[in-house]
Design a protein around this ligand. Structure first.
Ligand code: HEM
Length: 785
């Protein structure tokens, strides 16, 4: 059978290569091995070889010179060679289906719709209006950026084509368009149930929608400043398109800009996420544009032209992700090419992917380095094929760049984001995220000021988003170092956001930090005091505390049986002999409690008797605190999984107006441990260390702690004996139950606990109000500064 195809296509003078199986040829290998198939064949047969892929005998050209020649010489009998299903569904007047003079006037008509003047005066305002509303409110949810950018590419084009009517036709149009796209990428089997069949039906529905729209416009005689308006206007100097041509042109515009623009936008977001320095530079460029404007001002032509780095990011994204692997041509007659014979009707795959990774053109080709594009000559190189070349060079290049740039403008100036779910990306045959690319977004704060201790943390913390809760006088200005991305809440903000429920947040006490936990949207929270600096390990290496906390939180905990080698999940450790196998899986870790060097975390009496004591002992250990054991949780260097335990991290009522202070973290620790024990979650303590620099005044501390020192002798036994009912399966339910027990059993210690129990309920109500859809993912962010 294998020989059959070889014999069938045997002809003198053909390029070297193999033809594979009858009918299927080498399609399976091509799709399965992707770029490697091409590279292997090139190794065996050179850069110009024959194959049989996607149902046709095909010559693959990977030679940059030959590729350039093919793109430049359509007139010599090298017309587009896209699959039949694509041509059928996009229509016989679509630009890839026409050649010669028809192609010339169709292309001319298209260029008239999207030339720079039209982009400047008509299209850009529409893109801006669209992006402003499309990118609004994403901070309230986990978003699938693949879905959003696809929707964006389609709806933005629809607005450019049929301005006023676009919103009314959108819902029906969207469904049909998605079917149409799937159909163009299918085998042309016209049987009910196939993608081809659905795609073809979708085309028919889209054609009728557009016919109706054209009819209504003609009847109304109103002048429309959009692409359809321009196509319907007869002009003496221009070739008048028939309705069929107009409709196919509209479909061509929608189709050509759809996957290219959406995938480039999605991949740009991905690369920016993975390359903070690039993001910083791009954000700087975009913020500089925004800062010169009023918040409502749109992006204009001059702004667009000034986005030099953004343009470079777009090119680098297209290159590294290879949004377009190549283009297809077909021979209209037997012809000689590159010294070989190519029979009439054969496909030529102008495969440009490998040029994108050519280290001569792009030094360190696998590095995402937009700066390389700041040298303009790269874009003008003879081998720049990202937008094709020759007579079919992408006419939508500048339009596509304008759309993606405007998208990036609003995306990076409004949001910061992190990936959730570790979604997979496919690079071949199409760039896509098979299950979507999910991001969790936070609001960006462009304010640039100074807050000293963060300077030292810069290498570790700068890539992250800070939530600063301002303790005390709201009129005081808190300064945060340059380049940090943060939101800051003072007492006025808290009051505004929580209304009467703000009474549960302490005032003039570090307990107010828990407000930040409530408004954050992130899965992991790291909280540190402003007198904590970067510690060094015994080898003198700075300790990346955040990294260690995340390691702790990502590894399971072992609360049911103590491992004498401490954390069994660390490198160089494991479960020791005699550790039950049934418990080795462990449980999810909810809390990572870090330690400190230098000033110890002592209570006031110990502080008074050991004023000079310093902690210099670095113990390289992490351990799980066993089930049923409470611990003094210190909030100075603490991380937790907000989705697992967030609502229990209430730091109580302390400070101004309260009889007690310095027990905020203790309170949260006791409650948290009872709840994690009940829910089968883990708490770890040990690494990482931070360097605690400032000893607080022991006399002031004594005043704050005085009552707590006595009360804790009753509070701790209370928590040690607290039992939560089985039906308390959420953190909130556990916490409310605990508040009832506090009221019942601790208010006899002091009326303060009655108040505290009420505040615990208020805290949960406020939490639920700000996090209506459960933990982590969906919450209002409140006002940012
Ligand atoms: C980043 C975005 C884009 C990329 C990477 C891209 C890439 C390409 C490439 C490689 C070609 C050459 C195809 C061939 O030679 O067979 C092409 C052609 C084309 N593109 Fe784009 N494109 C983009 C955006 C757009 C947009 C927004 C439009 C909307 C008008 C558009 C409309 C077209 C059309 C109509 C053709 C066919 C031109 C012809 O046959 O004369 N493209 N594009």
């Amino acid at each position: 059978l294998l020989r059959w195809n070889e014999v069938r296509y045997r002809k003198k003078g053909l390029p070297p290569g193999t033809m594979g199986w009858p009918v299927f040829g080498e399609t399976t290998e091509f799709l399965k091995q992707g770029p490697n198939f091409m590279k292997n064949q090139r190794a065996r047969y050179g850069s110009f070889f024959k194959s049989h892929i996607l149902g046709c005998p095909t010559v693959v050209s990977m030679d940059p010179e030959v590729n350039r020649y093919i793109l430049m010489n359509e007139a010599k009998g090298l017309v587009p060679g896209y699959p039949q299903s694509m041509l059928d569904i996009l229509g016989k007047c679509n630009i890839a289906a026409v050649h010669g003079s028809t192609h010339k006037y169709m292309r001319g008509a298209l260029l008239a719709l999207i030339n720079p003047t039209v982009i400047r005066d008509q299209i850009l305002p529409k893109i801006d209006e669209f992006m402003t509303s499309h990118l609004a409110g994403w901070d309230n949810q986990v978003i699938n950026i693949q879905e959003k950018t696809k929707e964006m590419a389609l709806l933005s084009s629809l607005k450019q084509i049929a301005g006023i009517e676009s919103s009314s036709i959108t819902p029906a149009f969207k469904t049909e368009f998605f079917k149409l796209v799937l159909g163009t990428l299918s085998l042309p089997i016209d049987l009910p149930g196939t993608n081809y069949y659905h795609g073809f039906q979708a085309r028919k529905n889209i054609v009728s929608m557009l016919e109706k729209l054209i009819e209504e416009r003609r009847a109304s005689k109103q002048v429309h400043k959009d692409m359809l308006g321009c196509l319907l206007t007869s002009d003496e100097n221009k070739h008048k398109l028939s309705d069929e041509e107009i409709i196919d042109m509209v479909i061509t515009i929608l189709y050509s800009g759809y996957e290219t623009v959406s995938t480039t936008s999605m991949m740009a977001v991905k690369y920016l996420h993975d390359h903070p320095k690039v993001l910083e530079e791009l954000r700087k460029e975009q913020l500089a544009i925004r800062e010169k404007k009023n918040p409502e001002d749109p992006i204009d032509w001059n702004d667009l032209k000034s986005m030099k780095f953004t343009r470079a990011v777009i090119f680098e994204t297209s290159r590294l992700a290879t949004i377009v692997n190549g283009v297809l041509r077909k021979t209209t007659q037997d012809m000689e090419l590159n010294g070989y014979l190519i029979p009439k009707g054969w496909r030529i795959y102008v495969y440009t992917r490998e040029i994108n990774y050519d280290s001569f053109l792009y030094p360190e080709p696998l590095t995402f380095n937009p700066w390389r594009w700041l040298d303009k000559s790269l874009e003008c190189s003879n081998y720049f094929f990202i937008f094709g070349g020759g007579t079919r060079l992408c006419p939508g290049k500048e339009l596509g760049i304008s759309e993606i740039s405007t998208f990036l403008h609003y995306f990076v100036t409004r949001y910061r984001w992190e990936e959730v779910g570790g979604d997979k990306l496919m690079k071949f045959p199409r760039v896509e995220a098979p299950n979507g690319l999910h991001l969790r977004l936070d609001i960006v704060i462009p304010t640039i000021r100074n807050l000293d201790f963060l300077e030292m943390w810069r290498p570790f913390l700068q890539p992250y988003h800070l939530i600063i809760v301002q303790d005390g006088d709201p009129s005081k200005t808190i300064k945060v170092p340059d380049g940090y991305d943060y939101e800051l809440y003072n007492r006025n903000d808290i009051n505004k956001i929580l209304g009467p429920r703000s009474s549960c947040i302490s005032f003039k006490d570090s307990a107010c930090r828990c407000f930040g936990y409530m408004v954050s949207k992130k899965k992991y929270i790291f909280t540190i005091d402003d007198d904590c600096f970067v510690a060094t390990d015994p080898s003198g290496k700075p300790v990346n505390a955040l990294e260690q906390h995340i390691k702790n939180l990502l590894a399971p905990s072992t609360p049911f049986f103590f491992n004498t080698l401490y954390e069994p999940f660390r490198d160089g450790a494991d479960f020791v002999r005699g550790y039950p196998f049934s418990l080795r899986e462990g449980v999810p870790t909810a809390v990572s409690h870090g330690l400190w060097l230098n000033i110890p975390d002592y209570d006031a009496p110990t502080q008074l008797v050991k004023p000079l004591e310093r902690n210099t002992r670095f113990v390289d250990a992490v351990m799980t605190i066993p089930k049923g054991t409470l611990f003094p949780m210190c909030g100075m260097n603490l991380a937790f999984d907000r989705d697992l335990i967030g609502p229990a991290m209430y730091f109580g009522l302390m400070g101004d107006g309260q009889p007690i202070g310095r027990y905020d973290d203790m309170w949260a620790g006791w409650c948290t441990k009872v709840i994690t024990d009940h829910l089968g979650l883990g708490v770890k303590t040990g690494l990482p260390y931070i360097y605690h620099s400032k000893a607080s005044n022991p006399f002031v501390n004594l005043r704050k702690e005085y009552k707590g020192i006595f009360w804790q002798e009753e509070i701790i036994p209370f928590f040690q004996s607290a039992v939560l009912p089985k039906d308390c399966t959420t953190v909130q339910a556990c916490y409310i139950e605990l508040s009832k027990q506090v009221k019942e059993k601790l208010s006899k210690v002091d009326p303060y606990f009655d108040k505290l129990a009420d505040a615990m309920v208020t805290w949960i109500e406020a939490w639920d109000e700000l996090n209506p859809n459960g933990p982590g993912s969906k919450l209002a962010n409140g006002k940012s500064k």
